[in-house]
Design a protein around this ligand. Sequence first.
Ligand code: HEC
Length: 116
Amino acid sequence: MKSMKYVQSLAATICLSLSLSSFTIAAERSGQEIFQAMKCAKCHSTTPKPRGPSLIKIANTYPDTATLLQFFSGKSTAIVEPARAKTMRPRLRKIKKLNETDKNALATYVMEFKEK
Ligand code: HEC
């Protein structure tokens, strides 16, 4: 019954690698998921909201994702509506604490609203 044991261990290996790969997918959050989880949508949508500029306006103001990442890392100041920067500041503090992967995903998501 040596072959049976082999089949069993092969099946176990496949199961393990499948669950590991699905774990990897689950661990990596999309920019949209982060945006929802951090409740950015309370103030930002495709249309302007009373509490914040639209995602289109933000994406059109920023030249590229790298420049928005500078803002998310605290290396540049507000350029969209600097007069209202105080409202955004507590959220920016939370964004700064994200790891680089999440910060990048969030910036990429926002820049998807850029009009070509
Ligand atoms: C309570 C309302 C509110 C929430 C919640 C909020 N924002 Fe903002 N946000 C604003 C306001 C108001 C501005 C305009 C001031 C400014 O330009 O910084 C702004 C501006 C921005 C800008 C442009 C910054 C610039 O250069 O001027 C970005 C990018 C942005 N928000 C992303 C986000 C993301 C991502 C989240 C979620 C983590 C978020 N905001 C949550 C109110 C909010």
